[in-house]
Structure formats: structure tokens, C-alpha cells
Design a binder for this molecule. Structure first.
Ligand SMILES: [Zn+2]
Length: 349
């Protein structure tokens, strides 16, 4: 092949890529605009399709140009033309975020059926995150169809397996997700019950010691690759125990040691459990584990930071769904790389 033709080929590929990214950005902005509507109306039990977009305050319908994602908000300078009340910058930000994620997906997997599936999952996760953020609920009206879509996705597209194998992969991922988070929720409940009943019964020092020990092992791993896998397991175990214990200590801070209050100390909501099932059905159990690792890590860091800085009260709940969703997106886009690196790190591949 002459230099001339390969140069032209590169030019064509670049042109197609740019075109695909621009289309993905526009599609993402439009979908993001719809997600804003879903996040606002679904918890209120309003119709998602009718009427069209309106000012949330005075209900004046938006004109055609004002309805354009991001640009409409900029044209209005963030204010309703009719009542002058401000329109939250969250609306254009959600549109921008969706557009950016859709563009990333197209850059990652090209203009393919896989990209379409990824976009559906990302849109679901964004809508659930917004609603959880607003209401501390993950509505079953979204998680249950999301799980069925994930199972259908596994049967149809991924890996080129037979539909039956695909369905089993999806069900396995769903089962692992629900079981794991249910276990964490139940253990968290028991732990809280013991903790509230007798603060001295489970003191934090041994757990902290385990965590430090585990962290030591984990750090040692970076310097000596010969450390066996079980040490990694222990390090992880210690770190998880330490994180959970710290969260529960902070949560039970200042509480009178009486049983009834344990009812309010819910470690994880039922919506979170189903969201993990949704992630498992789409990503399979390996991808789910990546998503959970990222979700718990970021959620714990946020929760601790918010409580230590007193932006959250000791017992105040915060939305965990957005962190699980973030984990899902990371797993979707970079899960295979993370899994390969991790296995290579352990010397398994
Ligand atoms: Zn208005």
C-alpha cells in the first residue's frame, strides 16, 4: 500500500470517527434532556411523555429553541423567560454528562449494536442516580425493567454465546449482585444491632488492627510481587472491615444504647440491592465485582468525608446509588482492562 492511500485511509477513519462522536454528543444531549424529565416526573407519578417541557415554577411551556439541550438553557441565561425564576444548572449539566458518556462509548466500541446497549445502561444508571440523589429511593419502576433489559441484552448480543448461555450469565450476575448486597445489608443490620445493644461488645480496635495489618500486606504487595494471593484477600478483608466499622461507629455516634434505634440504622436500602442485581445482569459477575469495588470505595470515601466534615449528620443517610452507578460505568468502559491488570498483578494470566 502506498503512503498516499494509507494517508487517505487515515483521513477517512478520522472523518468517520469525528462524525460518529458528533452524532453521539447530540444523541446524548437529547437523551440527557429526557432523563431530566424522568428524574423530575417519575417520583411524582407524572406522565413522562405529556405534556412537553415546562418551567417547573410557572408551568409555561418551553419554545422550540429553548427546548434545545444545553443551548436552550444558555439562551435563557438560566432563567425562565416568563417568571424570571432561575432554572437549575443541573439540567444542562446532566445533558452535558450524558453527551460526554455517549461520546466515550462510541470512541470505545464504535458505532455498533454494543454501543446502543451501553447507552441504554448508562441512561438507566443516570436516571436512577438523579432520583436516588433527590429522594433517597431507587424506584422499582426503573430497576426491574432494567434487570429484564440486562437479561435480554445478555441473551442477544454479548460474547456471541447461545441465548441460553447468555441468559445464565445474566442470571448469575444478577444473583451474585443481589446475594452479595443482601448479605452486606443483613450483616450490617446484625452488626448495628450488637453495636447499639452494647457498645463494648464489638470494639473498633481489633478491627482497626486487622485493617492496618491488611493495609500493610497490601502495600507490601507493591514492593514484592511474590506476595501470595491470600495476602491480597486478607488485605481486602481488613480494609473492608475497617471501612464498615468506621462507618457504623460514626453512624451510631451519640446514640443511646437502646434496641429500638437499630431499626433506623439501615446499612443498605432495598433499592441498592436491586441496583446491584441490575448491574450484574448487564455486566456479568466479573464486571459486577469491578463495579461494586469502585462503588464501595468511592461511596465510603464520600460518606466518611461528609460525616467528618459534618456536612452529613452521624445518622443521616446519603444516596449510595450514584456510587454504584459510577462503578457500573467504570466497569462498562474499563472493566476488562482492570480485571486483566489485576489478574496479571496476581500472576494468574
Ligand atoms: Zn417560569
Amino acid at each position: 500500500m502506498s503512503g498516499y492511500t494509507s494517508e487517505r485511509l487515515v483521513g477517512v477513519v478520522v472523518a468517520i470517527t469525528v462524525w460518529a462522536v458528533v452524532v453521539a454528543l447530540m444523541l446524548g444531549a437529547a437523551v440527557g434532556s429526557f432523563l431530566n424529565v424522568v428524574a423530575y416526573r417519575l417520583p411524582l407519578g407524572l406522565s413522562l411523555l405529556w405534556p412537553g417541557s415546562r418551567c417547573p415554577d410557572c408551568l409555561t411551556p418551553l419554545g422550540a429553541t429553548e427546548n434545545i439541550p444545553v443551548l436552550g438553557w444558555l439562551l435563557l441565561q438560566g432563567r425562565c423567560k416568563h417568571c424570571q425564576r432561575p432554572i437549575a444548572p443541573r439540567y444542562p449539566l446532566v445533558e452535558l454528562l450524558t453527551a460526554g458518556l455517549f461520546a466515550l462509548i462510541v470512541l470505545k466500541v464504535g458505532v455498533t449494536v454494543v454501543a446502543a446497549g451501553y447507552m441504554i445502561l448508562v441512561a438507566l444508571l443516570l436516571a436512577l442516580s438523579l432520583i436516588d440523589f433527590d429522594t433517597l429511593e431507587l424506584p422499582h419502576e426503573l430497576t426491574l425493567p432494567g434487570i429484564y433489559l440486562g437479561l435480554g441484552w445478555q441473551m442477544g448480543v454479548i460474547f456471541g454465546d447461545s441465548p441460553l448461555i447468555g441468559l445464565l450469565e445474566g442470571l448469575l450476575g444478577y444473583g451474585v449482585g443481589v446475594l452479595l448486597l443482601d448479605t452486606i445489608a443483613v450483616l450490617g443490620r446484625i452488626y448495628l444491632w450488637l453495636k447499639v445493644r452494647s457498645g463494648a461488645l464489638l470494639s473498633w480496635q481489633p478491627v482497626a488492627a486487622l485493617g492496618v495489618l491488611g493495609a500493610g500486606w497490601g502495600l507490601g504487595l507493591f514492593f514484592s510481587p511474590q506476595v501470595p494471593p491470600w495476602a491480597v484477600g486478607l488485605a481486602f478483608y481488613g480494609a473492608v472491615l475497617l471501612s464498615w466499622d468506621t462507618v457504623f461507629i460514626l453512624r451510631s455516634f451519640g446514640q443511646k444504647p437502646i434496641l429500638e434505634e437499630a431499626d433506623e440504622l439501615v446499612a443498605l436500602g432495598g433499592g441498592d440491592v436491586l441496583l446491584a442485581g441490575l448491574l450484574g445482569s448487564w455486566l456479568g459477575w466479573q464486571g459486577l465485582l469491578v463495579a461494586l469495588a469502585v462503588g464501595f470505595l468511592t461511596g465510603t470515601v464520600y460518606g466518611l468525608g461528609a460525616r467528618l466534615s459534618q456536612r452529613l449528620g452521624a445518622l443521616e443517610r446519603f444516596a449510595f446509588g450514584p456510587f454504584l452507578a459510577l462503578g457500573g460505568v467504570v466497569s462498562l468502559l474499563w472493566g476488562n482492562i482492570l480485571i486483566d491488570n489485576y489478574l496479571g498483578f496476581l500472576g494468574i494470566t
